[in-house]
Write a protein that binds this ligand. Structure first.
Ligand code: SF4
Length: 228
């Protein structure tokens, strides 16, 4: 049997810790047997752009804006030459539209200059693109290319802490800790299931602990009861 991967602090998870992680994974899998990003896209570049636009807004908002965006600019070559004012109008409703427009136009230019307009399939290359961090890169790797990757967003971070799967506030260390607890084949779906569970049940302000499938596995001390 292969040894589990190291956590960020250099220790390895015990078999009991891996067993608890496996039970958490199984219950999330039971709850969400089929899981995928809610962002609408038809190719890796569209997913990359949609993921950048999804910062600080809902996937539904993104999906309302991107059909027109991709109709006007169907590939990185078109978006790289876009007039920013035109792009801003299209993605205005997603918030932070000026910064997001700059990001997706710069990203498209960068993609053409460095990779001939083809989205690379490694995290090392993806994070070299302007405006692309590990979280965005991991979403694209897991979702568009089916590669083992864990995207640590605000939901994954919160749930990892509440469930005692990671302790560091640093997303890179959370990613390492989660990778030490779960098999690579589960990484992509695990992060999507944690994100969905963070939206549905273990929400930020008042987690629905009274309605939680994981309550007996969760060490979070501030569990909530139903509001009377
Ligand atoms: S018991 Fe509460 S804090 Fe723990 S995972 Fe469930 S909803 Fe989140």
């Amino acid at each position: 049997m292969t040894q589990p991967r190291l956590r960020a602090d250099g220790t390895r998870p015990t078999s009991a810790e891996r067993g608890r992680a496996r039970r958490i994974r199984n219950r999330l899998r039971d709850r969400y047997p089929v899981i995928a990003t809610a962002l609408t896209y038809t190719d890796p570049w569209q997913l990359l752009v949609a993921t950048v636009i999804s910062a600080q807004t809902t996937d539904e908002n993104v999906n309302r804006a991107t059909p027109e965006l991709f109709r006007r600019y169907p590939n990185p070559f078109a978006l790289a030459q876009a007039n920013p004012a035109d792009v801003e109008k299209i993605i205005f409703s997603t918030g932070f539209y000026r910064q997001k427009t700059k990001s997706i136009v710069d990203l498209s230019r960068d993609l053409i200059e460095r990779f001939d307009g083809v989205v690379p399939e490694t995290i090392g290359e993806l994070v070299k693109l302007r405006g692309v961090g590990r979280k965005t890169a991991s979403v694209v790797l897991a979702e568009a290319f089916g590669q083992p990757a864990i995207a640590v967003d605000t939901h994954v971070r919160r749930l990892s802490h509440r469930l005692g799967l990671a302790t560091s506030p640093d997303p890179d260390k959370i990613e390492i800790d989660l990778k030490s607890l779960f098999p690579p084949a589960e990484w992509g779906r695990l992060s999507m299931r944690l994100i969905q569970y963070g939206r549905d049940v273990c929400v930020a302000r008042t987690p629905r602990c009274f309605d939680c499938d994981l309550v007996d596995l969760c060490p979070f001390p501030d569990k909530t009861s139903p509001v009377q």
